[in-house]
Design a protein around this ligand. Structure first.
Ligand code: 26W
Length: 816
């Protein structure tokens, strides 16, 4: 493991300050101090980073259109075991490490679950000594910054690269590659060998920016390589005469510059709705082609026989956004390596694996064939050929069952189904929680499962416990270590040893003190930012995730309104003081979601300004929810709201983070909540709501009337009417829109159907909190059983069952 003494660190810090800024330490701003510190850390790890790169293990390449990394300084210091040395060294120089940690930008290069999972996976791959690297896009603007104006969400561009560069990145111009768009493809018969010539294409340069991914207390430093798009400059080397020539006029040159730079300009702020925009398809091909070219270049430098690619390389497609890895790898193998179709197809299938993250029909990517044909003519030809062969196979197997063949084909009704291409072009398809995988196998992807059952497998998501416990909740981590030693940091299943303290009053008291401390930290933050006083002795009840109808923030706010009414009617109503905390961004084009934000903010405003309930109820909607905010909120939570419509949340990962930090979960049996329930048993989780089967049956056979329920249940009616009767001021339009979604359009997400049951479940929470010792004991049982949700477990499973399956040289992964 790399290390440095305090003395040497201080010397290096001073020298770096002079060389970068030519000034003394006491003149420097925090921003400059942070830059200097990061630069010193990069120097410390540089040699190790290079060495990791030339390891001879099988390499895993994780393609994902988003990586939601969070701040890196603290987690890098943790993983390098340097926090203490550097804290003290800086202190000697009169600098506070905490100030510098706070100074770091939190890059929002992802929307939510998908991107954050990718970040946790990188952490685990490095920590498990797996040579696994990420490929993605270096967006100039990340996910918009959210502001509330009169309770409405307003989106502000996220200009995160204010200084032009990101402190952790290293640009590698010598590794840039060209990605080709548009143009014409000619097939030339060259002495009986078909040669493919791509003419008149628009060349776009993919410039790699590398970020080191440091393993936990080991020697691995992997790489997250993000590509920035740019014009191909004349000095880049010989440009092919087949490329379109833009040097003609000033106008053309400007157009070209815009075309190239636009590709990595901004992250699409959508996390469930497929929009079908040309620019998005450009983004997808851009990073996929750059990544695959990079892999092949690297492979050929060290190994000779391209037929051996699957032995040395595993390529993982994270959701369908990088699907074009399949035809792009085919293109290189066919056109550049001169392999036959069958050889190329074997290699491609054996190299590539795919994860599905959602069953929501509206999220399924389907690209218009015409669009792909024009933008990526050679890729389209290959997709057509894959489809033609697949249809032949299906026709033969299902003897002309036209419906089935059409349903399963890749190109259908002029649209290309990316999920279908992923399934048939890869050797493994996995869901992200048991229930999700079962729904894929038995409902959404049933035909594909019946066709190739051995391909399908489950990999329940996980979280990087280093960030989500060790780093964000140090007091809890220390208590755990004091009780059971420190092995749990490497092997989280050891957390189970905590369970023996579930009746130990001393331990439970300590746990309670830590939670209260964390709650005070959050209270201070909320006071400072929003000037709202919250009571650290109240129940902190938290729902933080993207705003989506299926996640049912509405159910939560209806319950709040219910309590409010009960309190107004009866000031002696039995209620433990509660603070409801929301954090959520809505996709800018998602009208209903934005209306729900306005509704929640309006309810919050009304309740927080009502003296009558002042000591009992508070509602806080934090602005601009982000990874760094989650790191303050999660350790302070008492209640974890995981209340999606059953079947809709593929897994969820905040549910695991809360559990690991001792919150008690109120949940539907959806996604990974099912597995949390299996871990802790009935007594240690509060469940409610429809079962998966009930939801699937309602969807298939009908039989639910939201209107009937509304009419017959006075509690439901009372809160639904609040949307339209003026009780909550200034929500005329939004209230009506939400009301219609429930009553006129029959409540697609069963909010009203689950409401009574949810209120009962919430009463259980209220009652339980009065027995503080019991509460703390449940909290401890949750922490003790959360070890299985470390992403180290998830990644070990990916390694064993997918990436290194049957790999002799990597036999050691069987031990993971
Ligand atoms: C094309 C638009 C689009 C964009 C993003 C469609 C779908 C996505 C993502 C796949 C949505 C997503 O983030 N899904 C979430 O993935 C998490 C990690 O597996 C799960 O925990 C969440 O349950 C799932 O909603």
């Amino acid at each position: 493991m790399v290390t440095i003494s305090k003395k040497k660190f201080k010397q290096q810090f001073e020298t770096k300050m002079y060389s970068l800024y030519a000034q003394s330490i006491n003149e420097a701003s925090n921003e400059q101090l942070l830059n200097v510190l990061c630069s010193v850390i990069k120097d410390i790890i540089a040699k190790r980073w290079i060495e990791t790169k030339i390891s001879c293990q099988k390499e895993v390449y994780y393609f994902c259109i988003e990586f939601l990394m969070g701040r890196q300084l603290k987690s890098n210091l943790l993983n390098l075991d340097l926090e203490k040395t550097i804290r003290e060294g800086l202190k000697d120089l009169g600098i506070s490490l905490d100030d510098l940690i706070e100074e770091e930008v939190d890059p929002a290069l992802g929307n939510g679950g998908l991107g954050r999972l990718a970040a946790c996976f990188l952490d685990s791959m490095a920590s498990l000594d797996i040579s696994g690297h990420g490929y993605g896009i270096r967006y100039k603007y990340g996910l918009f910054e959210q502001k509330f104006v009169n309770g409405y969400q307003v989106e502000v561009p996220d200009n995160w690269l204010t200084q032009g560069n990101y402190i952790w990145e290293t640009v590698r111009p010598n590794k840039a590659v060209v990605v080709k768009f548009e143009g014409d493809v000619e097939l030339i018969d060259d002495n009986k060998r078909l040669r493919v010539v791509h003419k008149n294409y628009i060349p776009v340069m993919a410039m790699p920016y590398d970020i080191p991914i440091i393993g936990y207390e080991n020697d691995s430093i992997n790489t997250l390589r993000l590509f920035k798009s740019d014009i191909v400059r004349r000095d880049f080397g010989p440009t092919s005469s087949n490329a379109k020539n833009y040097s003609g006029s000033y106008d053309d040159a400007l157009k070209y510059k815009y075309y190239a730079e636009e590709i990595s300009q901004v992250l699409y702020p959508n996390d469930s709705n497929y929009a079908g925009r040309l620019l998005r398809l450009k983004q997808e091909y851009f990073f996929v082609s750059a990544g695959i070219q990079d892999i092949i270049r690297k492979f050929k430098k060290h190994k000779s026989n391209i037929l051996d690619l699957p032995k040395s390389v595993a390529i993982h497609i994270n959701d369908t956004h990088p699907t074009l890895c399949i035809p792009e790898l085919m293109r290189i193998l066919l056109d550049e390596e001169g392999l036959s179709w069958d050889e190329a197809w074997d290699i491609t299938k054996n190299t590539i694996s795919y994860t599905n993250h959602t069953i929501m029909a509206e999220a399924m990517e389907k690209w218009p064939a015409e669009m792909m044909k024009k933008l990526l003519p050679r890729i389209y030809m290959i997709v057509e050929e894959i489809d033609r062969r697949y249809k032949n196979y299906l026709n033969e197997k299902y003897s002309g069952d036209i419906n089935k063949v059409n349903h399963m084909s890749i190109i259908n009704c002029e649209n290309i189904s990316m999920a279908h291409l992923c399934i048939m072009g890869s050797h493994s398809v996995n869901g992200v929680a048991n229930l999700h995988t079962e729904i894929l196998k038995n409902e959404v992807l049933k035909d594909f499962y019946d066709d190739e059952p051995e391909k399908f497998n489950n990999k329940t998501n996980g979280i990087a416990h280093r960030r989500w416990l060790l780093s964000c909740n140090p007091k809890l981590a220390d208590l755990i270590t004091e009780l059971i030693g420190s092995e749990w940091k490497r092997d989280t299943l050891k957390l189970e040893e905590l369970e023996k303290y579930k009746d130990d009053i001393d331990v439970l008291r300590k746990l309670d003190e830590i939670k209260t401390d964390n709650k005070k930290i959050l209270a201070n933050h909320i006071k400072e930012k929003y000037d709202i006083d919250i009571n650290p002795n109240s129940i902190y009840d938290v729902q933080i995730k993207r705003l989506h109808a299926y996640k049912r923030q509405l159910l939560n706010v209806f319950h709040i309104l219910h309590l409010y009414h009960e309190l107004l009617e009866n000031p002696n109503f039995d209620i433990e003081p509660r603070t409801f905390i929301f954090g959520a961004k809505a996709a800018p084009g998602y009208h209903l979601a934005k209306s729900i934000i306005k509704f929640i903010n309006s309810v919050a405003y009304k309740i927080n300004n009502d003296e009558r309930v002042k000591d009992k109820l508070k509602v806080v909607f934090v602005e601009n929810y982000s990874v760094s905010l989650a790191e303050i909120i999660i350790p302070a939570a008492d209640v974890s709201e995981q209340i999606s419509t059953t079947t809709k949340e593929a897994s969820g990962t905040s549910n695991m983070k809360f559990m690991m930090n001792g919150a008690i979960t109120i949940a539907t049996l959806d996604g990974a909540n099912v597995e949390i329930h299996e871990q802790v048993g009935n007594e240690n989780i509060i469940l409610f709501g429809l079962s998966a089967k009930q939801v699937l049956d309602y969807n298939k056979y009908g039989g639910y009337s939201a209107l009937d329920l509304y009419k017959s249940n006075m509690y439901i009616k009372r809160v639904v009417d609040d949307l339209i009767n003026g009780f909550i001021p200034n929500i005329e339009k939004e209230g009506r829109e939400i009301y219609d979604s429930l009553i006129t359009y029959n409540d697609e997400y069963f909010v009203l159907r689950d409401m009574e049951n949810y209120i009962e479940a919430q009463q259980k929470i209220n009652k339980l909190y009065k027995e503080k010792e019991k509460w703390n004991s449940i909290s401890l049982v949750n922490i003790a059983n959360s070890g299985i949700f470390s992403s180290d477990r998830t990644i070990s499973e990916y390694a064993k069952d997918i990436w290194f399956k049957g790999c002799e040289i990597n036999g050691e992964y069987n031990k993971l």
